[in-house]
Design a protein around this ligand. Structure first.
Ligand code: URP
Ligand code: ZN
Ligand code: ZN
Length: 476
């Protein structure tokens, strides 16, 4: 099976060119001007952008919470991802206390088997136990070299600094990487209980009990522990300008440190917590939404290369689930959807106003997540031999985001009413057309479980750079 994409504008993380691209079976086999080949399918991509399929480094599908599972399972979540140009997702393995990370990983692999994107996992140690060093090594050998820890959520999955130290030390020894949700968990619990004790229990107090300072101090602590243990570190969903200061400082010193933000932190404002309760509940996410100054700092940090990736933290709930906490914000399941909208939001609100170049958009959307997490150049690249995961982007299509037309199963959307320009006209996944002019291919084969290489064989093996100014934030 072959597909010839003709006359498109090929965008990669390092540049742009007008060229044709040939897919043979599940790989990209040629890129060049006027390719003279006969293919089974020819797509005229005149006026369109041709980009690598997205890699979403931060996705929670079928996540159990006290308010029930998050709204998307691996089927609906991966369809929504593909509709928006994302072809690979990285979800999480979260053991219940007492369960080994290896057992949890095996169970999670079974749960994800019907995903239609390709998929892989970060593994979350939620406690320390005797065999943890051996189990971390085992997960890495199995092809899962990234580990996610939570400094928040102290009542469920959050760990203390001693455990974090041991996790980082062990992961580093085995060539892996730690990703961290950075918020001061104990301080948040104190403030939450304090507010509710005063009768202050509306969604706004979710935001007020998680100030930017708590994120920034946790970022600083995680950076220090990573430095002590020589562990490469990736900070997830950075939302606060104060956090960015610590990130820049550590990167300047040559520490291998990567950072992610999400469209919600680039585009939505903390004033949304002042809306009526059912509306404000939609925005109960952690970290919470911030100010215009924070947003501006995040956009600049992307431009300057201090934030390398934009993930979604896709974790949607239905309104009924959110309403569980209408009288007590502590009971609201944290999270919101967005897996489908990452590219259209980056294009509309990043590229079109000139905040991001098209290449930078590709970099944060696909190439850097692939590089940092050991998927490159199989994923995140339009190169000969790379997987044929391709988005053909119509830069003129207009749309309005709504729960009425999104592909997530959630009945609410935090971007409700957002106008977008550009959409995926075609999405090709492993050489098969997944989406063609708005129509999803219902015969699309299941996605593949992707096993990854340990960090020590990729760019971020811990090594302080002699000349910090040449530190390249993960570029290889
Ligand atoms: O509110 C959020 N972000 N929920 C998902 C879990 C997490 O913290 O990433
Ligand atoms: Zn988180
Ligand atoms: Zn998350």
């Amino acid at each position: 099976m072959s597909i010839l994409i003709q006359n498109g504008r090929i965008i990669t993380s390092v540049g742009e060119q007008n060229a044709d691209l040939l897919v043979v079976d599940d790989k990209i086999s040629a890129i060049g001007s006027n390719l003279e080949v006969k293919a089974d399918i020819t797509i005229d991509a005149s006026g369109m952008l041709v980009m690598p399929g997205g890699v979403d480094p931060h996705v929670h599908l079928h996540l159990p919470t006290p308010a029930g599972y998050s709204a998307d399972d691996f089927v609906s979540g991966s369809i929504a991802a593909l509709m928006g140009g994302t072809t690979t997702i990285i979800d999480f393995v979260t053991p219940i206390r007492g369960q080994s990370i290896v057992d949890a990983l095996k169970a999670r692999i079974d749960e994800a088997v019907n995903a239609l994107t390709d998929y892989t996992f970060h593994v979350s140690p939620v406690e320390w136990y005797k065999d943890m060093p051996k189990d971390i090594e085992h997960c890495i050998e199995m092809g899962f070299p990234s580990f996610k820890i939570y400094m928040a959520y102290k009542n469920s999955v959050g760990i203390d600094d001693t455990t974090l130290y041991h996790v980082m030390h062990t992961v580093a020894k085995n060539g892996g990487l730690v990703t961290a949700h950075c918020e001061l968990g104990d301080d948040i619990e104190t403030l939450r209980d304090f507010y509710v004790g005063q009768g202050l229990s509306t969604p706004k107090y979710h935001m007020l009990s998680r100030p930017p300072r708590f994120e920034a101090l946790a970022v600083k602590r995680a950076i220090d522990l990573a430095d002590q243990t020589q562990c490469p570190l990736y900070i997830v969903h950075v939302s606060a300008a104060e956090s960015v200061k610590h990130i820049i400082q550590a990167q300047k010193s040559g520490q291998p440190l990567y950072a992610e933000t999400c469209p919600q932190y680039l585009l939505l404002d903390e004033s949304l917590y002042d809306k009526d309760i059912p509306t404000a509940l939609k925005y109960v996410i952690s970290p919470p939404l911030r100010s215009a100054t924070d947003r501006e700092t995040l956009w600049n940090a992307i431009t300057n290369g201090n934030i390398q990736t934009v993930g979604t933290d896709h974790c949607p709930f239905n309104l009924e689930q959110k309403m569980v906490g209408k009288d007590d914000f502590r009971k609201v399941p944290n999270g919101a959807g967005g897996i489908e909208h990452r590219l259209s939001l980056l294009y509309t609100y990043g590229v079109l106003p000139g905040k991001l170049s098209p290449s930078k958009m590709v970099d944060v959307f696909a190439t850097q997540p692939a590089k940092i997490f050991g998927l490159y150049p199989q994923k995140g690249e339009l190169g000969i031999g790379s997987d044929a995961d391709i988005v053909i982007w119509n830069p003129n299509a207009k749309g309005t985001i709504s729960a009425n037309n999104h592909h997530s199963k959630a009945d609410i959307n935090i971007y409700e009413g957002f106008e977008t320009i550009g959409n995926a006209a075609f999405v090709i996944k492993n050489g098969t057309i997944a989406l063609e002019n708005g129509k999803f291919n219902t015969a699309l084969p299941q996605g593949k479980l992707i096993k990854r290489r340990p960090a020590r064989t990729t760019s971020h093996y811990y090594k302080r750079m002699d000349n910090p100014d040449s530190y390249n934030c993960g570029r290889t």
